[in-house]
Design a protein around this ligand. Structure first.
Ligand SMILES: O=P(O)(O)OC[C@H]1O[C@H](O[C@H]2O[C@H](CO)[C@@H](O)[C@H](O)[C@H]2O)[C@H](O)[C@@H](O)[C@@H]1O
Length: 853
């Protein structure tokens, strides 16, 4: 018998914290079944069984739960199904099961055999006589049973009646006896709520079941619960349920909490628009900060590792590190310190300064005993007010429960493979357990602490030693390389500040240890709020990384391109002489990704699920990837005035890859999960590969390569002829297809067609007409086989701006540029896509959290 539920029943309105935590956990399962008993659970016990009506609080919660997606609700009662439906008046979404789990539908009675009906008739007659001989005893007839009620009957008469039942029809062959609350029931079929629950679980494909009941018959259901299931017993008495509440109204409260938590989980908590975040970076990993100084995203040890803070796609249960004035209030503002990746968030009386420190070995004098790990998130709190801190690390996207152990000047995160320590002298942490996860909370009085408190979240170490270098010096040391780099850039006259911020953000996406460049800091930000187009972009795409590095070369910085090209060389080497088999993307370490998977415990950004890790596009054929690499080598060679051996090798491989495969259909730049096509963009990029290689060899090598010239001309002739669609008078998305695609602007942007070629002019006009809507430029409107809608893409906006410039439409270019930068957030970040949502206005979502246009 059980025992997990405490015998003392709760009478207060405060819910048992363990039950609260269990509800928090089960609210987050993919497919939930909520099952309740009726009498004594939804409906308080009353003397007359025909007057038992449910609490309106319970009905409200049950109805609302049943209306949620991925959620089923059932009422499993001892009552006849017909009576249950009449009394409960629950809507048809709620599954009703009567007769202690035997009666799933009204036709049940017709399936009783003639023999059973004969026994039932005999039993009814006998029980009628017993009731007549015992005043006050009431009978309740059900399809296969009779309940003999003794509630309100003098105890002696009740006992005699029960004895008569037990010694009489209860002894007959084929009769099952069930004892309930002042009721004894005889049935001609065996009944079992546990079996009914198993049947419902299978029918409704439930990942977990929450069952609430009060009576002895409910123990069969409690006994069949297992794994993530939750059982709640109402009232006293032995039980197999893990949790207990005192009375039905408390069960109603538990259902209301379940409803609220599950609603949040399904639809997301109030989501901060993506462009309102700020990004921290240190060349090793990246973090996102909300406008309220909450660290809402951080993967560790690498940017494509699992997140320790995934609040961005999972709300606060998915992990965060928050700092705010105790009195509350909205921040006055947030900004980057000029030319750095340090962010300041200001309230009246409090400034929080955040940065990701570089590995401390770079900075710590050799005599220091300080042992620090890979990265350190430093949070400096200055001011005079009282500040509330909440530290909720959830390693491995919250899949691994950890303990927080206050120790010395901080606390340790225990239970994770990667050591993590929070050094926070002067902060007294209180650790609470919430849903199996521990959270540390504290309030600090900055005035009493001398005006400043520092928190250092140290990754890769359990050291809580004092760092010998004062924090302000470490800030200078962390900021100086960013400042020096930003100061070295060759900036355009237009929008200089935004360009610097863009460049710093792109630089922040560079992984210094390997040379790879992330396509984005995050996974699963949706193309459409609430949609399913949520992909993991925390990897290095050959195309995107080359385009990023190319932008930085244009701004005068070639070291990122050099590092990337070394990384690409490593990827090519691992193809074993088959550059044409390069994958479109790799991990930051340059290896193939694991299988794409869904983390179904995370609700997604604003409820946009699934949250994915890995990316199936890894196995697609994308023949365009060689072009941006060759283009980058050409730009580096021109900037440096020479070509390195590695770069020659990469260039030769790119041309060879194109020679082997340019004529094949592929999946294209947008990675549609459709059969391959002859995409215009891929063909143009193949042409560009050979064209840029010829430029390099002519300017920095030895003479020409006639076979390359011939290859380039062959590709050009092919795409110019087959890519042109007479019907739409433009270069469309793919050979023979009349749909438009913004990437086809590259027919002119690449230089394959000159700016004044009528075919390019006509293509620009057609793309503008079909794909531009005010400030938004869509990638395409063709059916990509996925549900939901596309958002606008800033990279397409940038291409259209450039196409306007090349075709002599400067005013249009300037106007669209102004419209585009108007969508940037307060600290200058501009995500890669835009979508209109009634709830959040112009929300910018998905992919590269950077101003890369
Ligand atoms: O499985 P349940 O939904 O809990 O049904 C069990 C029995 O509940 C009813 O009887 C009980 O509630 C009555 C109304 O409050 C009360 O008067 C009686 O004393 C209780 O035993 C119902 O009448 C039975 O048919 C159910 O088997």
């Amino acid at each position: 018998m059980n025992t997990t539920a405490t015998e003392t029943t709760q009478t207060s309105e405060v819910m048992d914290p363990e039950l609260r935590a269990a509800i928090g956990r089960i609210a987050r399962v993919p497919q939930l079944l909520v099952a309740c008993d009726y009498d004594g659970t939804l409906a308080p016990i009353v003397e007359d069984p025909s007057k038992a009506v449910p609490l309106h609080e319970s009905v409200a919660a049950v109805r609302a739960l049943a209306a949620l997606p991925q959620t089923s609700v059932a009422v499993v009662s001892g009552r006849a199904l017909r009576d249950l439906a009449a009394l409960s008046r629950l809507p048809s979404e709620v599954h009703l099961v009567g007769s202690h789990g035997s009666e799933f539908d009204i036709g049940f009675v017709e399936r009783l055999s003639p023999e059973l009906i004969a026994v039932r008739t005999r039993m009814r007659n006998e029980l009628r006589d017993i009731a007549a001989a015992h005043p006050g005893v009431r009978l309740e007839r059900k399809p296969a049973s009779v309940a003999v009620h003794t509630r309100g009957v003098p105890p002696q008469i009740a006992a005699q009646a029960v004895e008569a039942v037990r010694n009489g029809p209860a002894t007959w062959d084929g009769v099952t006896v069930t004892q309930g609350k002042e009721v004894i029931e005889l049935s001609v079929v065996a009944t079992h709520k546990g079996t009914a629950m198993d049947q419902l679980r299978t029918q409704l494909a439930a990942s977990a079941v929450l069952f609430i009941g009060d009576d002895v018959t409910d123990e069969n259901a409690f006994g069949n619960l297992h794994g993530p299931d939750v059982g709640i017993k109402i009232g006293p008495g032995e039980t197999k349920a893990q949790y207990r509440v005192a009375e039905p109204i408390e069960a109603a409260r538990a259902l209301a909490l379940l409803l609220e938590t599950r609603r949040h989980w399904l639809f997301g908590e109030r989501a901060v628009p993506i462009e309102r975040h700020s990004m921290l970076a240190n060349g090793r990993t990246v973090a996102l900060l909300t406008p309220e100084a909450k660290i809402s995203w951080l993967c560790h040890p690498k940017p494509d590792s699992a997140a320790i803070f995934a609040d961005l796609v999972g709300g606060s249960p998915a992990g965060h590190f928050s700092v705010a004035p105790e009195r509350g209030g909205i921040p006055l503002g947030q900004r980057y310190r000029s030319g750095t990746m340090t962010v300041e968030t200001r309230w009246s009386g409090l400034t929080v300064t955040d940065w990701l420190d570089r590995p401390s070995s770079d900075h710590v004098p050799s005599e220091s005993t300080m042992v620090s790990g890979d990265s350190t998130l430093i949070r400096v709190l200055t001011g005079s007010g009282r500040v509330r801190l909440e530290f909720a690390p959830r390693p491995e996207f919250g899949q691994v429960a950890v303990q927080l152990q206050p120790l010395g000047d901080g606390l340790l995160v225990l239970g994770s493979n990667e050591p993590v320590a929070l050094y926070s002298p002067g902060v007294q942490w209180q650790v609470t357990n919430d849903g199996g996860y521990e959270t540390a909370k504290a309030v600090v009085d900055l005035a009493a602490a001398g005006g400043q408190v520092t928190c250092e979240l140290r990754f890769g170490t359990h050291s809580l030693e004092h760092h010998r270098v004062p924090v302000h010096e470490r800030q200078t040391l962390a900021e100086q390389p960013w400042k020096d780099w930003a100061a070295s850039l060759r900036l355009p006259q237009t929008a200089r500040d935004l360009v610097v911020r863009s460049a710093l953000t792109l630089r922040g996406l560079c992984h210094e240890a390997t040379g790879s460049i992330l396509a984005a800091a995050t996974t699963s930000l949706p193309e459409e709020l609430g949609g399913v187009r949520n992909w993991d972009y925390r990897y290095c795409w050959l195309r995107d990384a080359s385009m990023t590095a190319r932008v930085l070369v244009d701004l005068g910085s070639i070291e990122e391109a050099e590092a990337l090209l070394r990384w690409v060389d490593g990827c090519i080497e691992r193809t074993g002489g088959h550059p044409e088999r390069l994958h479109p993307l790799y991990t930051v370490d340059g290896y193939e990704l694991g299988a794409e998977a869904v983390i179904d415990t995370l609700p997604g950004y604003a409820g946009s699920r699934p949250v994915r890790v890995g990316n199936l596009a890894n196995h697609q054929l994308q023949l365009d990837v060689f072009g941006p690499i060759a283009d980058l080598i050409a730009a580096v060679a021109d900037a440096r005035g020479s070509v390195r051996e590695t770069e020659w090798r990469v260039l030769e491989n790119m041309v060879e890859a194109v020679r082997r495969r340019w004529h094949e259909p592929d999946h294209g730049i947008w990675e549609a999960r459709l059969p391959p096509r002859h995409h215009i963009f891929s063909k143009v990029m193949c042409w560009m590969t050979v064209d840029r290689a010829l430029n390099v060899i002519r300017q920095h090598g030895e003479g020409d390569r006639p076979e390359w010239v011939e290859l380039r001309e062959r590709i050009a002739a092919n795409v110019l002829e087959h890519g042109w669609h007479e019907g739409v008078e433009a270069y469309s998305v793919a050979y023979g297809d009349e749909e438009m695609d913004a990437s086809s602007l590259w027919i002119g942007l690449s230089g394959l067609l000159p700016g004044d070629d009528p075919r390019f002019l006509s293509t620009v006009l057609k793309i503008e007409a079909d794909l531009r809507s005010g400030p938004v430029v869509y990638r395409y409107h063709w059916d990509d086989g996925l549900p939901g809608r596309e958002g606008g893409f800033h990279i397409c906006t940038a291409w259209l701006i450039e196409a306007y410039l090349r075709t002599g439409r400067r005013t249009d270019a300037e106007e669209l540029f102004t419209q585009m930068i108007d969508t940037a957030g307060p600290t200058g970040l501009l995500p890669s896509s835009t979508t209109r949502s009634p709830s959040v206005g112009w929300a910018t979502t998905r992919r590269r959290t950077a101003t890369s246009g």
